[in-house]
Design a protein around this ligand. Structure first.
Ligand SMILES: Cc1cc2nc3c(=O)[nH]c(=O)nc-3n(C[C@H](O)[C@H](O)[C@H](O)COP(=O)(O)OP(=O)(O)OC[C@H]3O[C@@H](n4cnc5c(N)ncnc54)[C@H](O)[C@@H]3O)c2cc1C
Length: 485
């Protein structure tokens, strides 16, 4: 696998390819690996804006959040070979069947593909992320989960930690690129070009799709890459920013034009309850703080049961239990009692009013910066409040300690997980979606989107494994398209 640095080499020889992928995060890289393996007669080129590690190109991630200003956009994703896995925490769990359904109480919910179609790729995505695939069922046999008496409210669940992290030395194998470097380097038909930021496109003569993309580096060197198919795997903020910029600058008349950048979603993380108990009860929560099962860290959690979501018309939500040593400051706790924080990771309702706007200010590559409009809907707040109240009752009935709900002030910023989703959503019509069920952009016959940008809803689980699952499905579509050429 030739690895070119566009800063250093004169990649002015045409780097033409059959399939061109934009973005060398885990989604772009894992897609490239599958395509290179299964289409050995095709040339795959992977374009990456950053260098081998996060560097000056990171400044292109600057932007502004208007509304729920939970974090700085510049550090909410990484520009480098390996992408945002340089920063991520590795928590992983596939979406649940209910996440794919149209629920009349969650606006704009419903996927154009079924859970069965999605779940075909769970095993391969799990392997790609080096996660133990032994058991995804809710009640893991090797985890001690507290006994639940009235299970119509909550179900057990558990998350697993991918070792593809860079910041915990005990388990870290590095990003997907670092963990799979030998495999990636063995693929002769895959070229990776770093410091190659996509800044422009050229249409085919008949305007049915893209003919090529222009790449640039910070020294304003440019080059044109031709291909038959193009996959954008630049992350949900960048996929939408690039496509929106292309359509607006040239008045490109795509049928989905008005939807690009809309329906941004996060996973609001909200500290909901304080739980106090004696040592004996507290010890029942040990596996909720994390436990090694085999070689992988697992973490037990609660999730809202499907019945409870339907009955109370709630978003999906999972609950984490975090130990705290703040007991002296907790009103209502006795000095010998242990304290836990109950934290929600909630599905966010997809709303057109959460959207990416192109700013008048330009980034270091002369592309408009992002203004991200992000707030929580009434439905989102209703879910958080109801779940918090239910935890109070549930904990009491199940003798799991004493729970105190936190007060809700809608003006207080709600944390996010740096989980960007929904901005080029998947659907059946260009009036309400940007890509079709095969992740192809409406109005372009050879341009595809990969990653969280295509999620119509985000469920209540960390997104990356689900991005990889969908990208494996997209790779199959591309393989079918190119196999007989
Ligand atoms: C602090 C933090 C903690 C997180 N924890 C978790 C977690 O525990 N579990 C979980 O599931 N997720 C977590 N995430 C989210 C996770 O990191 C992302 O979902 C995932 O890495 C996205 O992968 P990706 O390949 O789609 O995008 P990215 O990894 O962002 O890769 C996109 C690549 O595209 C490149 N690019 C962008 N624009 C261009 C362009 N114009 N031309 C060429 N290349 C371009 C970028 O440089 C980048 O390398 C976390 C994120 C952060 C920041």
């Amino acid at each position: 696998m030739p690895l070119y640095d566009f800063d250093l080499t004169s990649v002015n020889a045409q780097q033409n390819s059959d399939i061109c992928i934009v973005g060398a995060g885990v989604v772009g890289l894992s897609t490239a690996v599958k395509l290179a393996q299964q289409l050995p007669h095709k040339k795959i080129v992977l374009l990456e804006s950053g260098g081998a590690t996060p560097d000056a190109a990171q400044a292109a991630n600057e932007g502004e959040i208007i509304g729920n200003n939970a974090y700085a956009l510049i550090s909410s994703r990484a520009r480098a070979l390996g992408g945002s896995q340089w920063f991520w925490g590795g928590n992983s769990r596939p979406l649940q069947p209910i996440d794919f359904k149209k629920r009349n109480w969650v606006a704009n919910s419903g996927w154009p593909i079924s859970y069965a179609q999605f779940s075909e790729h769970i095993e391969s995505a799990t392997q790609l992320l080096d996660i133990d695939n032994s058991d995804w069922s809710n009640q893991h046999p090797n985890l001690k989960q507290v006994k639940l008496n009235n299970t119509e409210l909550f179900d057990h669940t558990h998350f697993k930690l991918s070792p593809q992290i860079t910041h915990t030395s005990e388990v870290a194998t590095g990003t997907f690129y670092q963990s799979k470097q030998t495999l990636i380097e063995s693929l002769d038909n895959l070229d990776i070009i770093t410091h190659a930021t996509v800044v422009d496109y050229q249409l085919k003569d008949n305007h049915s799709g893209f003919a090529s993309l222009t790449i640039a580096n910070l020294q304003q060197k440019q080059h044109v890459i031709k291909a038959e198919s193009f996959i954008f795997a630049a992350g949900a903020l960048e996929n939408a920013r690039i496509l929106k910029y292309f359509t607006e600058k040239d008045d490109l008349n795509l049928p989905c034009r008005d939807v690009i950048g809309k329906y941004f979603m996060e996973h609001p993380h909200r500290f909901l309850n304080i739980l106090v108990s004696g040592k004996e009860i507290h010890s029942k929560y040990q596996d909720y703080f994390g436990k090694f099962v085999g070689s992988a860290m697992h973490q037990a959690r609660f999730t809202l049961s499907e019945n409870f979501q339907r009955q109370e018309k709630l978003n999906n939500c999972t609950l984490t239990f975090l130990p705290s040593d703040q007991k002296n400051n907790i009103k209502g706790a006795f000095s010998r009692e242990q304290v836990l924080f109950v934290v929600a990771l909630m599905e966010q309702e997809p709303q057109a009013s959460n959207y990416i706007q192109l700013d008048a200010q330009k980034d270091i590559f002369n592309i408009p910066k992002i203004k991200l409009h992000w707030s929580l809907s009434d439905q989102d707040w209703t879910t958080l409040k109801k779940v918090s109240k239910t935890v109070d009752q549930f904990v009491g009935v199940n003798r799991l300690g004493r729970s105190f709900s936190k007060t809700f002030n809608r003006k207080v910023t709600v944390r996010g997980g740096h989980h960007h989703m929904g901005t080029t959503r998947m659907g059946t019509s260009p009036t309400e979606a940007v890509v079709d069920k095969d992740c192809r952009v409406f109005g372009l016959d050879n341009v595809y989107m990969a990653g969280g940008s295509v999620f119509p809803t985000g469920g209540a689980v960390n997104p990356t494994i689900n991005m990889v699952i969908l990208a494996q499905r997209l790779a199959d579509t591309i393989i079918k398209k190119h196999a007989h050429e």
